[in-house]
Design a binder for this molecule. Structure first.
Ligand SMILES: NC(=O)c1ccc[n+]([C@@H]2O[C@H](COP(=O)([O-])OP(=O)(O)OC[C@H]3O[C@@H](n4cnc5c(N)ncnc54)[C@H](O)[C@@H]3O)[C@@H](O)[C@H]2O)c1
Length: 475
């Protein structure tokens, strides 16, 4: 059998994931150097003049709090502080673990000296830190939620109570029951006219936006097939080694959240959501069922709950298919791309990672240059930055901006595809919505050092999906 794979991060550029090697080692030392590698263009001209608009309370300064100070949280805060549509400051930070918070604070302070005002009394460690950080804000300020997705609904609920605008990372739910909770919270936020952004940043990409218009305009005819691939080496912290005796169980699971379905929805939900979402955007619909395959091949002594390869055939209400392939296996063909096929031609939705997309259209299905209809855009600004420009502008100008329903739909589709692979059954959207298996039912009561949602057996192994054998629940 092949040697178990070393813990590598994704080899694709601009995935937003490549600073997570540190989370695996639990050592914060490399973060300073790596935060620059979030795919974010952090400019030096950081202060802009405030625009007139709805965000004009006591001061024009938009205050933000960061909850979940890991790789992406730090990157998202950097994007926020680099926006150019008005003054913005980071005023509070919260993380379950002090080392993560301190490192993030140091990195952000170094880069945004004038905009980070997070004294010791505004740094909150522990599982209730999110409340304390949000309590420092005024209604209309912004909270960034970049913890593992399992905590999303708990924190979103509190943010709505406090009247805060929210930027939350994807996925926004990990299973059927938490998706249902998020749909309801999306409505509550809507009623309160809160602005909520979801970190599916490709939705803010200009080239994909232009492609969507062209597809809607009939440039490649009616869509008959979509294809999406995220075939990479081991990504993020999907391969998880056995817990060491001195490691706290809950902390071990949270720090390696890609390995545990309750925390992240696993490699399927966390990594494949972007390609799924961009395909569904082009189709302008969500699939109604999923038929998947998958397996564990070279897992060696790793104890996480992931399969290392997944294939799904999603079906839309009109019968159109989306074929998805995901893999986190070393030494195999690599591809990170999405394509659309229509009755009059085809399109590249994205070609090698999130950005640049190289979106373009063709009059045939061969993807040859000679058949190009629209060659795409020469320049593609960073979608991680664009999503923040759009979000903060919506807040300042009081324009509707609520991406939660859409983000929950995308998260639900990942749960549906994953459950199909893990159970060996066709899973419909309706079944997923009615599914009673909530992976972490008491998560709002979780305390640092408390019990974890799943426990290992005497060999240190966690419950695994067994398609065809465990068919009602994923594990
Ligand atoms: N949009 C993208 O392209 C993109 C890229 C990377 C990550 N993400 C998403 O961002 C989220 C975070 O991922 P990451 O890579 O930054 O992981 P990470 O492990 O680097 O950061 C997560 C942080 O949350 C903290 N945390 C965990 N539970 C907490 C709790 N209950 N309260 C407060 N803090 C808590 C952890 O200690 C850690 O510092 C995930 O949902 C991931 O899918 C999105």
């Amino acid at each position: 059998m092949a040697e178990p794979h070393p813990k590598l991060s994704s080899s694709f550029p601009n995935t937003g994931y490549f600073i997570m090697t540190e989370a695996i080692n639990n050592t914060p030392t490399r973060r300073d150097a790596l935060v620059a590698g979030t795919g974010i263009a952090v400019g030096s001209a950081l202060t802009g003049l405030s625009l007139p608009g709805a965000f004009a309370g006591e001061s024009d300064i938009m205050q933000i709090a960061l909850v979940g100070c890991g790789g992406r949280g730090t990157g998202a805060a950097a994007n926020a502080l680099a926006t150019k549509n008005g003054p913005i400051k980071l005023v509070a930070m919260a993380d379950a673990y002090e080392d993560r918070l301190k490192t993030s604070n140091r990195v952000l302070t170094k880069r945004f000296k004038e905009q980070v005002e997070v004294g010791d009394d505004k740094q909150f460690v522990g599982f209730d830190g999110y409340k304390k950080a949000m309590d420092t804000l005024k209604p209309g300020d912004v909270v960034i939620m970049a913890t593992p997705p399992a905590f999303r609904w708990v924190m979103f609920k509190y943010a709505i109570e406090k009247g805060l605008n929210v930027f939350m990372e994807k996925p926004v739910a990990v299973d059927g029951p938490t998706s249902v909770k998020m749909f309801k919270l999306a409505e509550e936020a809507e009623k309160k006219k809160l602005k909520v952004a979801v970190g599916l940043m490709c939705r803010h990409c200009d080239a994909r936006g232009e492609l969507f218009k062209r597809i809607k305009g009939g440039e490649i005819g009616d869509l008959t097939l979509l294809r999406a691939y995220r075939l990479a080496g081991p990504t993020g912290n999907t391969p998880v080694a056995k817990k060491k005796p001195d490691q706290n169980e809950l902390e071990y699971q949270i720090r390696q959240f890609h390995g545990f379905l309750w925390a992240s929805g696993g490699a399927y939900s966390d990594f494949l959501i972007h390609n799924i979402d961009e395909c569904c955007w082009m189709k302008d619909a969500w699939p109604v069922s999923a038929k998947s395959n998958g397996g564990r091949h070279y897992r060696g002594n790793y104890v996480d709950q992931n399969f290392d390869a997944y294939t799904t055939e999603f079906t839309f209400a009109d019968g159109t298919k989306l074929i998805l392939e995901g893999r986190t296996m070393q030494g195999c063909h690599q591809e990170f791309a999405s394509y659309a096929h229509g009755t009059k031609g085809a399109a590249v939705i994205s070609e090698s990672g999130h950005a640049p997309s190289h979106a373009r259209t063709f009059k045939t299905h061969s993807f040859e240059d000679k058949d190009i209809i629209w060659p795409g855009m020469k320049e593609e600004p960073d979608p991680y930055q664009l999503e923040w420009e759009h979000f903060t502008e919506s807040i300042r100008k009081d324009k509707p901006h609520n991406e939660v329903k859409r983000g929950t739909e995308a998260s639900l589709v990942t749960a549906m595809g994953r459950m199909s692979a893990h159970t060996g059954r066709i899973i419909t959207r309706d079944e997923m919505l009615k599914c009673e298996h909530e992976f972490a039912p008491d998560i709002e009561k979780m305390v640092v050092g408390g019990p974890a949602p799943i426990i290992a057996d005497a060999d240190g192994k966690y419950p695994l999906p067994e398609p065809g054998r465990k068919t009602k629940r994923e594990y």
